[in-house]
Design a protein around this ligand. Structure first.
Ligand code: UDX
Ligand code: ADP
Length: 465
Protein backbone atom coordinates (compact mmCIF):
# COMPACT_ATOMS: atom_id res chain seq x y z
CA UNK A 1 0.00 0.00 0.00
CA UNK A 2 1.48 3.35 -1.04
CA UNK A 3 0.94 5.93 1.67
CA UNK A 4 0.08 9.44 0.50
CA UNK A 5 -1.70 10.83 3.55
CA UNK A 6 -0.81 10.43 7.21
CA UNK A 7 -2.76 11.57 10.25
CA UNK A 8 -1.22 11.73 13.70
CA UNK A 9 -3.54 11.97 16.70
CA UNK A 10 -1.75 13.86 19.48
CA UNK A 11 0.44 16.93 18.91
CA UNK A 12 2.72 16.51 21.93
CA UNK A 13 6.41 15.88 22.55
CA UNK A 14 6.29 12.69 20.48
CA UNK A 15 3.71 13.44 17.77
CA UNK A 16 4.91 16.97 16.94
CA UNK A 17 8.63 16.38 16.34
CA UNK A 18 8.14 12.92 14.76
CA UNK A 19 5.62 14.16 12.23
CA UNK A 20 7.65 17.29 11.45
CA UNK A 21 10.62 15.10 10.52
CA UNK A 22 8.49 12.65 8.50
CA UNK A 23 6.97 15.60 6.61
CA UNK A 24 10.35 17.15 5.89
CA UNK A 25 11.86 13.87 4.71
CA UNK A 26 8.80 12.75 2.71
CA UNK A 27 7.61 15.78 0.71
CA UNK A 28 5.34 13.46 -1.31
CA UNK A 29 3.29 12.60 1.81
CA UNK A 30 0.71 14.93 3.38
CA UNK A 31 1.03 14.86 7.18
CA UNK A 32 -1.75 16.20 9.40
CA UNK A 33 -1.18 16.39 13.14
CA UNK A 34 -4.41 16.71 15.10
CA UNK A 35 -5.18 17.33 18.74
CA UNK A 36 -8.22 18.12 20.86
CA UNK A 37 -6.24 20.87 22.58
CA UNK A 38 -6.95 24.04 20.57
CA UNK A 39 -4.28 26.10 22.36
CA UNK A 40 -1.63 23.51 21.51
CA UNK A 41 -2.62 23.45 17.84
CA UNK A 42 -2.64 27.27 17.74
CA UNK A 43 0.88 27.25 19.18
CA UNK A 44 2.06 24.77 16.52
CA UNK A 45 0.60 27.13 13.90
CA UNK A 46 2.09 30.28 15.47
CA UNK A 47 4.15 32.33 13.02
CA UNK A 48 6.52 33.10 15.89
CA UNK A 49 8.56 29.87 16.01
CA UNK A 50 9.72 30.67 19.55
CA UNK A 51 6.18 29.91 20.65
CA UNK A 52 5.99 26.31 19.42
CA UNK A 53 4.59 24.23 22.31
CA UNK A 54 7.60 21.90 22.32
CA UNK A 55 11.10 23.28 22.69
CA UNK A 56 13.67 21.09 20.94
CA UNK A 57 16.91 22.29 19.38
CA UNK A 58 16.49 22.36 15.58
CA UNK A 59 12.75 21.71 15.58
CA UNK A 60 11.77 25.28 14.66
CA UNK A 61 13.67 25.09 11.36
CA UNK A 62 12.09 21.77 10.41
CA UNK A 63 8.60 23.04 11.19
CA UNK A 64 9.26 26.23 9.23
CA UNK A 65 10.44 24.15 6.31
CA UNK A 66 7.43 21.82 6.07
CA UNK A 67 4.50 23.66 7.67
CA UNK A 68 1.89 24.76 5.16
CA UNK A 69 3.51 22.64 2.41
CA UNK A 70 2.86 19.07 3.51
CA UNK A 71 2.70 19.49 7.31
CA UNK A 72 -0.53 20.74 8.88
CA UNK A 73 -1.75 21.14 12.46
CA UNK A 74 -5.49 21.04 13.10
CA UNK A 75 -8.22 20.20 15.62
CA UNK A 76 -10.40 18.53 13.00
CA UNK A 77 -9.61 14.99 14.11
CA UNK A 78 -12.38 13.22 12.18
CA UNK A 79 -11.54 14.81 8.85
CA UNK A 80 -7.84 13.99 9.20
CA UNK A 81 -8.65 10.36 10.06
CA UNK A 82 -11.03 10.05 7.13
CA UNK A 83 -8.47 11.31 4.60
CA UNK A 84 -5.53 9.29 5.91
CA UNK A 85 -4.13 5.97 4.69
CA UNK A 86 -2.15 5.64 7.89
CA UNK A 87 -3.14 6.91 11.37
CA UNK A 88 -0.54 7.29 14.12
CA UNK A 89 -1.74 7.27 17.72
CA UNK A 90 0.47 9.59 19.75
CA UNK A 91 -1.71 10.50 22.69
CA UNK A 92 -0.64 10.58 26.32
CA UNK A 93 -0.79 7.42 28.39
CA UNK A 94 -0.24 8.54 31.98
CA UNK A 95 -0.20 6.17 34.93
CA UNK A 96 -3.64 5.44 36.39
CA UNK A 97 -4.58 7.60 39.37
CA UNK A 98 -7.63 5.56 40.36
CA UNK A 99 -9.02 2.04 40.63
CA UNK A 100 -7.33 -1.24 39.72
CA UNK A 101 -3.65 -0.73 38.90
CA UNK A 102 -3.66 2.79 40.43
CA UNK A 103 -0.14 4.21 40.52
CA UNK A 104 1.23 1.48 38.23
CA UNK A 105 -0.80 0.55 35.16
CA UNK A 106 -1.09 2.93 32.21
CA UNK A 107 -4.43 4.66 31.88
CA UNK A 108 -5.58 3.52 28.49
CA UNK A 109 -8.79 5.54 28.32
CA UNK A 110 -7.26 8.00 25.82
CA UNK A 111 -6.11 5.16 23.59
CA UNK A 112 -9.50 3.51 23.67
CA UNK A 113 -11.16 6.83 22.85
CA UNK A 114 -8.85 7.21 19.88
CA UNK A 115 -9.52 3.69 18.64
CA UNK A 116 -13.27 4.28 18.80
CA UNK A 117 -12.92 7.60 17.02
CA UNK A 118 -10.80 6.05 14.25
CA UNK A 119 -13.41 3.31 13.79
CA UNK A 120 -16.27 5.81 13.62
CA UNK A 121 -14.58 8.28 11.28
CA UNK A 122 -13.08 5.79 8.81
CA UNK A 123 -14.65 5.18 5.42
CA UNK A 124 -11.76 3.13 3.98
CA UNK A 125 -9.19 0.53 5.07
CA UNK A 126 -6.39 1.94 7.24
CA UNK A 127 -3.12 1.14 8.89
CA UNK A 128 -3.13 2.22 12.54
CA UNK A 129 0.26 2.79 14.17
CA UNK A 130 0.80 2.87 17.94
CA UNK A 131 3.45 5.46 18.66
CA UNK A 132 2.67 6.13 22.33
CA UNK A 133 4.44 3.93 24.86
CA UNK A 134 1.94 1.29 25.76
CA UNK A 135 1.74 -1.78 27.90
CA UNK A 136 2.30 -5.04 26.11
CA UNK A 137 -0.79 -6.36 24.26
CA UNK A 138 -2.47 -2.97 23.82
CA UNK A 139 -2.42 -3.44 20.04
CA UNK A 140 -4.68 -6.42 20.52
CA UNK A 141 -7.23 -4.29 22.37
CA UNK A 142 -7.04 -1.55 19.72
CA UNK A 143 -7.60 -4.15 16.99
CA UNK A 144 -10.56 -5.60 18.84
CA UNK A 145 -12.23 -2.20 19.13
CA UNK A 146 -11.56 -1.32 15.48
CA UNK A 147 -12.78 -4.67 14.15
CA UNK A 148 -15.93 -4.61 16.24
CA UNK A 149 -16.96 -0.98 16.00
CA UNK A 150 -15.71 -0.05 12.51
CA UNK A 151 -17.87 0.19 9.39
CA UNK A 152 -16.61 -3.10 7.99
CA UNK A 153 -13.27 -1.66 6.86
CA UNK A 154 -10.03 -3.54 7.39
CA UNK A 155 -7.48 -2.28 9.91
CA UNK A 156 -3.89 -3.37 10.31
CA UNK A 157 -2.28 -2.46 13.63
CA UNK A 158 1.42 -1.71 13.85
CA UNK A 159 3.54 -0.89 16.87
CA UNK A 160 6.24 1.66 16.09
CA UNK A 161 7.61 2.80 19.46
CA UNK A 162 9.46 6.08 19.66
CA UNK A 163 13.03 6.07 20.92
CA UNK A 164 13.68 9.80 20.71
CA UNK A 165 15.06 11.44 23.83
CA UNK A 166 13.89 14.94 24.59
CA UNK A 167 16.51 17.60 24.04
CA UNK A 168 17.99 15.55 21.20
CA UNK A 169 14.71 14.57 19.55
CA UNK A 170 15.54 16.02 16.16
CA UNK A 171 18.97 14.34 16.02
CA UNK A 172 17.46 11.06 17.22
CA UNK A 173 14.74 11.21 14.57
CA UNK A 174 17.10 12.14 11.74
CA UNK A 175 19.71 9.54 12.64
CA UNK A 176 18.11 6.84 14.79
CA UNK A 177 20.05 3.85 16.17
CA UNK A 178 17.15 1.77 14.91
CA UNK A 179 13.51 2.01 13.92
CA UNK A 180 11.31 -0.74 15.31
CA UNK A 181 8.12 -1.84 13.58
CA UNK A 182 5.93 -4.54 15.06
CA UNK A 183 3.08 -6.03 13.06
CA UNK A 184 1.20 -9.17 12.18
CA UNK A 185 4.12 -11.04 10.65
CA UNK A 186 1.98 -14.14 10.10
CA UNK A 187 -0.34 -12.70 7.44
CA UNK A 188 0.27 -11.19 3.98
CA UNK A 189 -1.82 -8.12 4.93
CA UNK A 190 0.24 -7.63 8.07
CA UNK A 191 3.51 -7.93 6.13
CA UNK A 192 2.21 -5.44 3.57
CA UNK A 193 1.36 -2.95 6.31
CA UNK A 194 4.83 -3.33 7.83
CA UNK A 195 6.38 -2.78 4.39
CA UNK A 196 4.37 0.46 3.94
CA UNK A 197 5.80 1.92 7.12
CA UNK A 198 9.31 0.64 6.34
CA UNK A 199 9.08 2.49 3.00
CA UNK A 200 8.31 5.76 4.79
CA UNK A 201 11.35 5.54 7.09
CA UNK A 202 13.53 4.30 4.25
CA UNK A 203 13.30 7.81 2.79
CA UNK A 204 16.08 8.76 5.21
CA UNK A 205 17.00 5.74 7.38
CA UNK A 206 19.05 2.88 5.93
CA UNK A 207 17.01 -0.28 5.67
CA UNK A 208 19.38 -2.35 7.81
CA UNK A 209 18.45 -0.13 10.76
CA UNK A 210 14.73 -0.78 10.34
CA UNK A 211 13.77 -3.86 12.34
CA UNK A 212 10.48 -5.68 12.10
CA UNK A 213 9.10 -7.97 14.78
CA UNK A 214 5.77 -9.22 15.94
CA UNK A 215 3.62 -6.63 17.73
CA UNK A 216 4.20 -7.87 21.26
CA UNK A 217 7.98 -8.00 20.91
CA UNK A 218 7.91 -4.44 19.67
CA UNK A 219 5.75 -3.25 22.57
CA UNK A 220 7.90 -5.07 25.13
CA UNK A 221 11.16 -3.85 23.54
CA UNK A 222 10.17 -0.26 24.13
CA UNK A 223 9.46 -0.87 27.82
CA UNK A 224 12.65 -2.88 28.14
CA UNK A 225 14.87 -0.26 26.50
CA UNK A 226 13.62 2.41 28.90
CA UNK A 227 13.85 0.07 31.89
CA UNK A 228 17.49 -0.77 31.06
CA UNK A 229 18.40 2.91 30.66
CA UNK A 230 16.68 3.88 33.91
CA UNK A 231 18.33 0.96 35.65
CA UNK A 232 21.76 2.27 34.64
CA UNK A 233 20.95 5.66 36.15
CA UNK A 234 19.67 4.09 39.38
CA UNK A 235 22.71 1.81 39.52
CA UNK A 236 25.17 4.68 39.24
CA UNK A 237 23.09 6.77 41.65
CA UNK A 238 23.13 3.97 44.22
CA UNK A 239 26.92 3.94 44.01
CA UNK A 240 27.06 7.73 44.31
CA UNK A 241 25.80 7.36 47.86
CA UNK A 242 28.48 4.79 48.61
CA UNK A 243 31.11 7.13 47.13
CA UNK A 244 30.01 9.91 49.45
CA UNK A 245 30.68 7.64 52.44
CA UNK A 246 34.09 6.58 51.16
CA UNK A 247 37.01 8.23 49.40
CA UNK A 248 35.79 7.12 45.98
CA UNK A 249 34.62 9.63 43.37
CA UNK A 250 31.60 8.66 41.24
CA UNK A 251 32.94 10.49 38.21
CA UNK A 252 36.11 8.41 38.30
CA UNK A 253 34.14 5.22 38.85
CA UNK A 254 31.83 6.01 35.87
CA UNK A 255 34.80 6.73 33.66
CA UNK A 256 36.59 3.57 34.69
CA UNK A 257 33.66 1.23 34.16
CA UNK A 258 32.46 3.04 31.03
CA UNK A 259 35.74 2.19 29.29
CA UNK A 260 34.72 -1.46 29.40
CA UNK A 261 33.25 -1.91 25.93
CA UNK A 262 30.70 -4.33 27.34
CA UNK A 263 29.38 -1.63 29.66
CA UNK A 264 29.94 1.51 27.53
CA UNK A 265 30.15 5.13 28.70
CA UNK A 266 26.57 6.37 28.23
CA UNK A 267 23.93 6.78 30.94
CA UNK A 268 26.45 6.62 33.76
CA UNK A 269 26.07 10.23 34.87
CA UNK A 270 25.11 10.35 38.56
CA UNK A 271 22.34 12.86 39.19
CA UNK A 272 19.64 14.02 41.54
CA UNK A 273 17.44 11.36 39.93
CA UNK A 274 15.93 10.62 36.56
CA UNK A 275 12.71 12.25 35.42
CA UNK A 276 10.75 12.48 32.18
CA UNK A 277 7.47 11.06 31.04
CA UNK A 278 8.81 7.62 30.16
CA UNK A 279 11.20 5.97 32.59
CA UNK A 280 9.03 5.73 35.67
CA UNK A 281 5.84 5.06 33.71
CA UNK A 282 7.40 2.31 31.63
CA UNK A 283 8.96 0.55 34.59
CA UNK A 284 5.67 0.75 36.47
CA UNK A 285 4.03 -0.86 33.45
CA UNK A 286 6.63 -3.60 33.48
CA UNK A 287 6.09 -4.14 37.20
CA UNK A 288 2.33 -4.21 36.78
CA UNK A 289 2.34 -6.65 33.91
CA UNK A 290 4.84 -8.92 35.70
CA UNK A 291 2.70 -8.96 38.84
CA UNK A 292 -0.42 -9.65 36.82
CA UNK A 293 1.28 -12.80 35.49
CA UNK A 294 2.29 -13.73 39.07
CA UNK A 295 5.98 -13.03 38.43
CA UNK A 296 6.70 -11.50 41.83
CA UNK A 297 10.52 -11.64 41.67
CA UNK A 298 10.58 -10.01 38.23
CA UNK A 299 8.25 -7.26 39.44
CA UNK A 300 10.25 -6.66 42.64
CA UNK A 301 13.50 -6.52 40.67
CA UNK A 302 12.33 -3.68 38.40
CA UNK A 303 10.46 -1.86 41.14
CA UNK A 304 13.75 -1.37 42.95
CA UNK A 305 14.93 0.93 40.11
CA UNK A 306 12.12 3.35 41.01
CA UNK A 307 12.69 3.03 44.75
CA UNK A 308 16.34 3.93 44.24
CA UNK A 309 15.34 6.94 42.18
CA UNK A 310 12.91 8.15 44.84
CA UNK A 311 15.62 7.67 47.44
CA UNK A 312 18.08 9.75 45.42
CA UNK A 313 15.67 12.69 45.12
CA UNK A 314 14.80 12.48 48.81
CA UNK A 315 18.38 12.28 50.00
CA UNK A 316 19.34 15.31 47.90
CA UNK A 317 16.61 17.37 49.62
CA UNK A 318 17.65 16.02 53.03
CA UNK A 319 21.26 16.91 52.34
CA UNK A 320 20.27 20.54 51.72
CA UNK A 321 18.27 20.67 54.95
CA UNK A 322 21.02 19.04 57.02
CA UNK A 323 23.70 21.36 55.64
CA UNK A 324 21.57 24.40 56.47
CA UNK A 325 21.71 23.48 60.17
CA UNK A 326 18.64 21.25 59.99
CA UNK A 327 16.26 24.08 59.28
CA UNK A 328 15.23 25.72 56.03
CA UNK A 329 12.09 27.35 57.38
CA UNK A 330 11.84 30.91 56.04
CA UNK A 331 15.15 30.54 54.19
CA UNK A 332 15.52 31.40 50.53
CA UNK A 333 16.74 28.46 48.46
CA UNK A 334 17.59 29.17 44.81
CA UNK A 335 16.84 26.49 42.23
CA UNK A 336 18.65 26.61 38.91
CA UNK A 337 16.63 24.42 36.58
CA UNK A 338 13.17 22.88 36.72
CA UNK A 339 13.03 20.82 33.46
CA UNK A 340 13.77 17.09 33.81
CA UNK A 341 16.91 17.50 31.68
CA UNK A 342 18.54 20.24 29.63
CA UNK A 343 17.34 21.43 26.22
CA UNK A 344 13.68 20.70 26.84
CA UNK A 345 10.78 22.62 28.35
CA UNK A 346 9.24 19.34 29.54
CA UNK A 347 8.95 19.00 33.33
CA UNK A 348 7.09 15.73 33.67
CA UNK A 349 8.42 13.75 36.67
CA UNK A 350 11.31 16.19 36.99
CA UNK A 351 13.40 15.65 40.13
CA UNK A 352 13.12 19.41 40.76
CA UNK A 353 9.41 19.06 41.56
CA UNK A 354 9.99 16.47 44.27
CA UNK A 355 13.00 18.20 45.80
CA UNK A 356 11.02 21.47 45.88
CA UNK A 357 8.05 19.73 47.48
CA UNK A 358 10.28 18.31 50.22
CA UNK A 359 11.77 21.74 50.96
CA UNK A 360 8.39 23.48 50.84
CA UNK A 361 7.12 20.99 53.43
CA UNK A 362 9.88 22.30 55.67
CA UNK A 363 8.76 25.91 55.14
CA UNK A 364 11.55 26.95 52.74
CA UNK A 365 11.07 29.75 50.21
CA UNK A 366 12.07 28.25 46.89
CA UNK A 367 12.96 30.63 44.04
CA UNK A 368 13.38 29.05 40.64
CA UNK A 369 15.01 30.02 37.37
CA UNK A 370 14.71 27.81 34.31
CA UNK A 371 15.48 29.18 30.84
CA UNK A 372 12.55 27.37 29.19
CA UNK A 373 9.94 26.59 31.83
CA UNK A 374 7.14 29.05 32.62
CA UNK A 375 5.97 29.96 36.11
CA UNK A 376 2.53 28.64 35.22
CA UNK A 377 4.04 25.24 34.46
CA UNK A 378 5.94 25.19 37.78
CA UNK A 379 2.76 25.95 39.74
CA UNK A 380 0.90 23.30 37.75
CA UNK A 381 3.56 20.73 38.67
CA UNK A 382 3.65 21.54 42.37
CA UNK A 383 -0.14 21.90 42.69
CA UNK A 384 -0.54 18.46 41.09
CA UNK A 385 1.15 16.85 44.10
CA UNK A 386 -1.61 18.18 46.37
CA UNK A 387 0.83 18.61 49.26
CA UNK A 388 -0.54 22.01 50.32
CA UNK A 389 -3.03 24.62 49.17
CA UNK A 390 -2.53 26.51 45.92
CA UNK A 391 -2.32 29.72 47.93
CA UNK A 392 0.53 28.33 50.04
CA UNK A 393 2.35 27.08 46.95
CA UNK A 394 2.24 30.61 45.52
CA UNK A 395 3.50 32.06 48.80
CA UNK A 396 6.43 29.66 49.11
CA UNK A 397 7.45 29.04 45.48
CA UNK A 398 8.44 31.85 43.12
CA UNK A 399 9.81 31.88 39.62
CA UNK A 400 12.13 34.62 38.35
CA UNK A 401 13.36 35.50 34.88
CA UNK A 402 16.85 36.40 36.03
CA UNK A 403 19.16 33.81 37.57
CA UNK A 404 21.11 36.47 39.45
CA UNK A 405 17.89 37.68 41.12
CA UNK A 406 17.05 34.11 42.07
CA UNK A 407 20.41 33.68 43.79
CA UNK A 408 20.48 37.10 45.48
CA UNK A 409 20.11 36.73 49.26
CA UNK A 410 19.78 32.94 49.04
CA UNK A 411 21.16 30.65 51.73
CA UNK A 412 21.82 27.95 49.18
CA UNK A 413 21.70 27.20 45.46
CA UNK A 414 20.57 23.85 44.11
CA UNK A 415 21.33 22.81 40.52
CA UNK A 416 18.46 20.64 39.35
CA UNK A 417 18.92 20.68 35.57
CA UNK A 418 22.19 20.60 33.64
CA UNK A 419 21.54 23.66 31.42
CA UNK A 420 24.88 24.67 29.84
CA UNK A 421 24.35 28.37 30.57
CA UNK A 422 24.72 27.76 34.34
CA UNK A 423 28.42 27.01 33.80
CA UNK A 424 29.03 30.47 32.36
CA UNK A 425 27.51 32.58 35.12
CA UNK A 426 29.68 35.04 36.99
CA UNK A 427 29.91 32.98 40.16
CA UNK A 428 32.02 35.62 41.86
CA UNK A 429 29.12 38.08 41.57
CA UNK A 430 26.65 35.47 42.77
CA UNK A 431 28.86 34.64 45.76
CA UNK A 432 28.88 38.25 46.93
CA UNK A 433 25.09 38.53 46.61
CA UNK A 434 24.29 35.52 48.82
CA UNK A 435 23.95 34.79 52.56
CA UNK A 436 27.11 33.33 54.08
CA UNK A 437 28.24 30.62 54.25
CA UNK A 438 27.37 30.21 50.56
CA UNK A 439 26.39 26.67 49.73
CA UNK A 440 25.85 25.03 46.34
CA UNK A 441 24.20 21.64 45.95
CA UNK A 442 25.07 20.46 42.48
CA UNK A 443 22.53 17.79 41.59
CA UNK A 444 24.05 17.35 38.14
CA UNK A 445 27.78 17.62 38.88
CA UNK A 446 27.74 20.39 36.31
CA UNK A 447 29.84 23.13 37.85
CA UNK A 448 33.58 23.37 38.40
CA UNK A 449 33.79 22.44 42.08
CA UNK A 450 37.39 23.54 42.55
CA UNK A 451 36.81 26.95 40.99
CA UNK A 452 33.75 27.55 43.15
CA UNK A 453 35.56 26.47 46.29
CA UNK A 454 38.33 28.94 45.49
CA UNK A 455 35.71 31.70 45.36
CA UNK A 456 34.53 30.62 48.81
CA UNK A 457 31.51 28.41 48.13
CA UNK A 458 30.88 25.20 50.01
CA UNK A 459 30.03 22.74 47.25
CA UNK A 460 28.18 19.45 47.54
CA UNK A 461 28.47 17.30 44.42
CA UNK A 462 26.67 14.01 43.99
CA UNK A 463 28.95 11.05 44.64
CA UNK A 464 31.99 12.99 45.84
CA UNK A 465 33.16 12.81 49.41
C1 UDX B 1 13.94 8.37 27.32
C2 UDX B 1 14.71 7.42 26.39
O1 UDX B 1 16.11 7.79 26.39
C3 UDX B 1 14.13 7.50 24.98
O2 UDX B 1 14.77 6.55 24.13
C4 UDX B 1 12.63 7.21 25.04
O3 UDX B 1 12.05 7.32 23.76
C5 UDX B 1 11.95 8.15 26.00
O4 UDX B 1 12.56 8.08 27.29
P1 UDX B 1 13.96 10.99 27.76
O5 UDX B 1 13.16 10.65 28.96
O6 UDX B 1 13.46 12.05 26.84
O7 UDX B 1 14.18 9.69 26.86
O8 UDX B 1 15.44 11.46 28.22
P2 UDX B 1 16.75 10.67 28.68
O9 UDX B 1 17.91 11.28 28.02
O10 UDX B 1 16.62 9.21 28.55
O11 UDX B 1 16.86 11.05 30.24
C6 UDX B 1 15.93 10.58 31.20
C7 UDX B 1 16.31 11.07 32.59
O12 UDX B 1 17.49 10.40 33.05
C8 UDX B 1 16.62 12.57 32.67
O13 UDX B 1 16.07 13.11 33.84
C9 UDX B 1 18.13 12.61 32.69
O14 UDX B 1 18.63 13.76 33.31
C10 UDX B 1 18.43 11.35 33.50
N1 UDX B 1 19.79 10.82 33.26
C11 UDX B 1 20.14 10.34 32.04
C12 UDX B 1 20.71 10.79 34.32
O15 UDX B 1 20.41 11.20 35.44
N2 UDX B 1 21.95 10.27 34.07
C13 UDX B 1 22.34 9.79 32.85
O16 UDX B 1 23.50 9.33 32.73
C14 UDX B 1 21.40 9.83 31.80
P1 ADP C 1 3.75 12.65 24.55
O1 ADP C 1 4.99 13.00 25.32
O2 ADP C 1 3.45 11.17 24.59
O3 ADP C 1 3.74 13.21 23.17
P2 ADP C 1 1.91 14.76 25.36
O4 ADP C 1 1.07 14.87 26.59
O5 ADP C 1 2.99 15.76 25.10
O6 ADP C 1 2.51 13.28 25.37
O7 ADP C 1 0.96 14.78 24.08
C1 ADP C 1 -0.18 14.01 23.93
C2 ADP C 1 -1.24 14.86 23.21
O8 ADP C 1 -2.34 14.02 22.87
C3 ADP C 1 -1.83 16.02 24.03
O9 ADP C 1 -1.60 17.24 23.36
C4 ADP C 1 -3.35 15.69 24.13
O10 ADP C 1 -4.17 16.83 24.05
C5 ADP C 1 -3.54 14.79 22.91
N1 ADP C 1 -4.71 13.91 22.99
C6 ADP C 1 -5.07 13.09 23.99
N2 ADP C 1 -6.20 12.40 23.67
C7 ADP C 1 -6.57 12.80 22.43
C8 ADP C 1 -7.64 12.47 21.53
N3 ADP C 1 -8.57 11.56 21.86
N4 ADP C 1 -7.70 13.10 20.33
C9 ADP C 1 -6.75 14.01 20.00
N5 ADP C 1 -5.72 14.36 20.78
C10 ADP C 1 -5.61 13.77 21.98
Amino acid sequence: MKISKICCIGAGYVGGPTMAVIAQKCPHIQVKVVDINQARIDAWNDSDLDRLPVYEPGLDKIVADARGKNLFFSTDVDQAIKEADMVFISVNTPTKTYGEGKGQAADLKWIEKCARQIAAASDSDKIVVEKSTLPVRTAEAVKDILDNTGNGHKFQILSNPEFLAEGTAVEDLLDPDRVLIGGDTSSPDGLEAIASLVDIYANWVSRDKILSTNVWSSELSKLTANAFLAQRVSSINSLSELCESTEADIHEVSRAIGKDSRIGPKFLQASVGFGGSCFQKDILNLVYISRSYGLTEVADYWEQVIKMNDHQKGRFAKKIIKSLYNTVSGKKIAFLGWAFKKDTNDTRESAAIYVADHLLNEGANVYVYDPKVSEEQMYGDIDYLNSRSKVDNRKLLQSEDDPYDVCKGAHAIAILTEWDEFKDYDWEVIYHSMQKPCQIFDGRNLLDKEKLEKIGFRVYSIGKS
